[in-house]
Ligand binder design. Structure first.
Ligand code: HPA
Length: 278
């Protein structure tokens, strides 16, 4: 098997750099329901993941599976429309590729979005959570295996993983846009899926301090902390987590699509405002 060494990632990045006019400043990874931001990118260069050497390919139907490079709010950005999840069958190490490639492209700020189930009973579908921190009781790390020292040290800190300055900026953006009633700051609980949580698991997550639960993002955040890439994580509450619904027992898979669309609009407003103010 090919080793996940520095050259492995530089082959992906060098190919992308050969196709784009300049280095991106901002890298965005868009989760479920948030692909529309990619459509707003001006002078877009679209590159399917399948064309990028060594890059994984997305298997989720609702994820587009391509890079979109171009200008958003005056900044040159790299957007990953569609991401990779552990439940698709990837190894954890493969999930380090997006952030490491961003780093090699010259990205200075990563913005990562996801769809999540609300565990905090004061949240509602359509609300946005600025990720303050995460809990990863699954335990695995995308940096497990031989350390790629060009990216960072074997042992690394996680206290600034969800970068304070970017969280502050996101909350200021929400305030500026009059969205604070629907925006929270909270803890993301990583649940590998693909099944939704049991009711007992959701109670346990709440007791442990989780505010929302989802199946992505922590791999990106850990990889970013390892290579010292500042990161902002935003979760869109698509549903109340199992057993957390106030209107009786709704299954987690029953998304209120109008709330999701409203929430996606809020998230997009915040992201655009953050990029403008970077
Ligand atoms: N649980 C886990 N992941 C999710 C959920 C959920 O309820 N909703 C969207 N992604």
């Amino acid at each position: 098997m090919r080793e996940y060494d520095y050259a492995f990632y530089t082959e992906s990045a060098d190919y992308l750099l050969s196709r784009i006019p300049r280095r991106p400043e901002v890298g965005l990874i868009l989760g479920t329901a948030l692909g529309s931001l990619a459509e707003g990118v001006e002078e877009a260069v679209v590159i399917p993941y399948a064309e990028v050497p060594n890059f994984p390919v997305s298997t989720v139907d609702s994820h587009a599976g391509c890079f979109v490079f171009g200008t958003l709010e005056g900044k040159y950005v790299a957007v990953m429309s569609g991401r990779f999840h552990y439940y698709e069958g990837y190894e954890f190490r493969q999930l380090s590729a997006p952030i490491r490639v961003f780093k090699l492209l010259g990205v200075k700020t990563a913005i990562v979005t996801n769809a999540a189930g609300a565990v905090n009973l004061s949240y509602e579908p359509g609300d946005v959570m600025v990720i303050e921190d995460h809990i990863n009781f699954h335990g695995a790390s995308p940096t497990r295996g031989p350390n790629v020292k060009e990216f960072g040290p074997r042992f690394f800190d996680t206290d600034e993983m969800y970068t304070t300055a970017l969280r502050t900026l996101a909350l200021e953006s929400a305030e500026r846009r009059g969205l604070m009633e629907h925006v929270h700051e909270g803890v993301y609980f990583y649940y590998p899926g693909p099944q939704f949580e049991t009711k007992a698991e959701v109670r346990a997550i709440r007791n442990m301090g989780g505010d929302a639960t989802g199946m992505s993002t922590v791999t990106d955040a850990l990889t970013a902390a390892h290579c010292s890439l500042p990161l902002l994580g935003l979760s869109l509450m698509t549903n109340m987590a199992t057993g957390a619904s106030k209107s009786g027992e709704r299954p987690a898979s029953e998304f209120d699509m109008s709330a999701v669309e409203t929430g996606a609009g809020r998230m997009e407003e915040i992201i655009r405002d953050v990029i403008r103010h970077l």
